[in-house]
Design a protein around this ligand. Structure first.
Ligand SMILES: [Zn+2]
Length: 106
């Protein structure tokens, strides 16, 4: 058959080849090769989705795949630290100092 139409093996309804299922009885119209190709595409997209998922999970400092975070206290640690965390450290340090000042001034 060299047309773009295919005959349903069950009900013999003639319809476009691109459909996977018969429009009349729902029987599969896929050839083995078509099915293989379709499943390969599905598998590929599934793997890509999985990889994206893994990338999202790969946060710095978590898991073994991420770039190892610098050890605490090193120069690199402070250089890589986010401004938010710097701010937090500063606030904690200030509160600590104020606490100490109150403690000593009594
Ligand atoms: Zn059919």
């Amino acid at each position: 058959m060299d047309t773009d139409e295919i005959e349903c093996p069950k009900c013999h309804e003639v319809q476009p080849k691109i459909d996977f299922r018969c429009a009349r009885c729902g029987a599969s119209l896929e050839t083995k090769e078509q099915r293989k190709a379709r499943l390969a595409v599905l598998e590929q997209s599934r793997r890509e989705a999985e990889r994206d998922d893994v990338t999202i999970q790969r946060l710095p400092g978590f898991g073994t795949n991420g770039t190892p975070s610098a050890a605490f206290g090193t120069r690199r640690y402070w250089a890589e630290m986010s401004n938010e965390r710097r701010h937090l450290f500063l606030v904690v340090f200030l509160l600590f100092s104020i606490g100490l000042a109150f403690f000593w001034s009594r």
